[in-house]
Design a protein around this ligand. Structure first.
Ligand SMILES: Cc1ncc(COP(=O)(O)O)c(C=O)c1O
Length: 422
């Protein structure tokens, strides 16, 4: 069954009255073609809207009066995450084209691959994943986390060694499948394409509705920037609904210049498709200081961010994306780059299965002072300040930092720059 959305239901898709895009929700389960022509088909997969909830304890420690998280780690399918929103459109398109097999590429512990495998399982599509082996070793990394789930979702996994050959390997495999009479649909790395981008454009609209419900207008939104589709979709959608929020992308790989160029190009393409006004270049901002040595390489700031968020809020982040994005937020708050009173939203894009693939990262926990803040902050307002140097104890007995006799409200005073970043 195909249900046409009521006209005007999505503000986003009637921007300036100029867009001829229309979303069609498909609820079919029988593999039938839901719609002819060029229309965008959305295959519902996610549990939406995802909640927006306050992070009061973390906010107080960081000196932020209104810190919130949008729980896109809770999109529901296959342990959730940001890619489910993109896959609603990508797999809607795949079904529209009559595909029976979906191929995509990623790192060995790719969250995108895992969510694609889960979504394909749900829709009865065969899924093939071309995954880059990478340098990391260890039983957990090779067999647990996302890889374990990929296998449970029934995906075929092909491991390759060189990153440059990922797309080539996907094309070659698609050719073989075509010769066998299959109809493959190819999804680029991270699901970042124009079609996938609509998922986050719609998320922006969802957020603007939630702002009205929660009674907050976000000044700053922090998002991890990988292949850039999430960041681009959000910026495009916010631009189209007239939001004034600034989106700050925290790069998890690459340089600021590369990421800003790529995100702006993707976002502008979406804005054009939505019939919006040209997106100013300044709307796309990426900070590359939290990447560390590169994609997937741990940083001390990431370890601290994960531990702090978990121990203060019971909220889990992942080492590759959200942990680094949160380390950016923490550093910016400490450096007063985010005004204290500004409502801030952290977009939690998921990825937590990756945490279980690298348990060794937390064999020793970050500094004693962080633990003390987490444990004592409600009971004892005279907590130790986190001076912003999340030094690993490396198995040695941690040295306790001096107490500053500051009330909790002041605990977020800005520390020195994070030593692990450029
Ligand atoms: C958990 C998580 N967060 C963020 C991202 C980055 O999203 P994007 O590739 O759209 O920039 C990814 C990408 O795989 C991810 O898995």
């Amino acid at each position: 069954m195909v249900e046409r959305r009521k006209p005007g239901k999505s503000r986003l898709f009637c921007v300036n009255g100029a867009s001829d895009l229309d979303i069609l929700d498909s609820h079919h389960t029988d593999g039938q073609q839901p719609v002819e022509g060029k229309k965008l088909v959305r295959q519902p997969l996610a549990l939406l809207p995802t909640p927006v909830v306050p992070l009061d304890r973390l906010g107080r420690v960081l000196g932020l009066d209104a810190l919130y998280v949008k729980r896109d780690d809770q999109t529901g399918l296959g342990l959730g995450g940001n890619k489910i929103r993109k896959l609603e459109f990508l797999l809607g398109d795949a079904l529209r084209q009559g595909a029976d097999t979906v191929l995509t590429v990623g790192a060995l512990q790719s969250n995108h691959a895992r969510q694609t495998a889960a979504a394909c399982a749900r829709l009865g599509l065969h899924c093939e994943l071309i995954l880059l082996r990478g340098r990391k070793e260890g039983e957990a990394y090779l067999k647990s986390g996302n890889v374990l789930l990929d296998r449970l979702f029934g995906a075929r996994i092909q491991l390759i060694d060189a990153p440059a050959s990922r797309e080539d390997a996907m094309m070659e495999r698609a050719e073989i499948l075509r010769r066998d009479g299959r109809r493959p649909y190819l999804i680029p790395v991270g699901g970042s394409s124009l079609v996938g981008g609509f998922g986050y454009a719609l998320c922006a609209e969802e957020l603007s509705i939630q702002e009205a419900q929660v009674g907050v207008t976000f000044d700053t939104i922090i998002v991890p920037t990988g292949s850039g589709g999430t960041h681009a979709g959000l910026v495009a959608g916010l631009h189209c609904v007239g939001s004034k929020a600034r989106v700050l992308g925290v790069a998890v790989e690459g340089t600021r210049a590369e990421k800003e160029e790529s995100v702006w190009t993707q976002a502008q393409e979406l804005v054009a498709a939505l019939g919006g006004r040209r997106l100013p270049r300044r709307a796309v901002r990426v900070d590359d200081r939290f990447v560390g040595e590169g994609y997937g390489h741990p940083t001390e700031a990431m370890r601290e961010a994960i531990f702090l968020t978990a121990s203060l809020e019971g909220l889990l982040l992942d080492p590759t994306y959200t942990g680094k994005a949160m380390s950016g937020l923490i550093s910016m708050a400490r450096a007063a780059m985010i005004p204290r009173a500004a409502p801030v939203l952290f977009l939690h894009t998921g990825g937590v299965p990756g945490l279980f693939a690298q348990p060794e990262l937390f064999e020793s926990l970050p500094t004693a002072s962080v633990a003390d803040i987490a444990g004592n902050s409600m009971a004892d307002p005279e907590i130790e300040r986190m001076e912003g140097q999340p030094a690993s104890t490396n198995g040695k007995k941690p040295t306790r930092r001096r107490r500053t006799k500051k009330p909790l409200e002041d605990a977020g005073e800005r520390g020195p720059r994070d030593p692990t970043v450029g």
